[in-house]
Design a protein around this ligand. Sequence first.
Ligand SMILES: [Zn+2]
Length: 167
Amino acid sequence: MLIQQRVSDTELNVTRQEQAELERLILEHDRIAQRFTRPRQMIYLFVRRAGNQGVGAYVLLEALKTYSPNARPATVYRALDYLLRLGLVVKIDSQSKFFARSPHSSQRLCLFMVCSGCGSVHEFIDPFCEKKIEDSVLGAGRVIDKKAIEISVLCEMCHPVAGQRTP
Ligand SMILES: [Zn+2]
């Protein structure tokens, strides 16, 4: 039954790498993956394909409609909610866009460097920063709700000098 729900190789021209990624996610998330339905897989692929530029919910709906003409906004929002809960995508509020997280960062507190020039987003893990913030939050008797910190930057394309500095 699960196999029928998977996005087929021919649909969307799913690449071998994308297919492998979907298979990996289905294995990894095991029980939950039974609800990794076809629209959810498609939305995930669309977000992944948007790369560092990310994609908004409206564009996702239009993309989904190409394959499922009856798709409704609720389909997209439910898929996004699901993907957000699994930590596979993140919503960058300052851009109102969704980005695919890298495979091994989904449960970690990451910095998302958002370029205020071109809108590109880069995910970055800083173990020191992560630990410090987690400790501060726990110390204050709170728990982290969204494991993503947005920071406004200028990328090397938008601010060439920044790219020339040694780290
Ligand atoms: Zn930029």
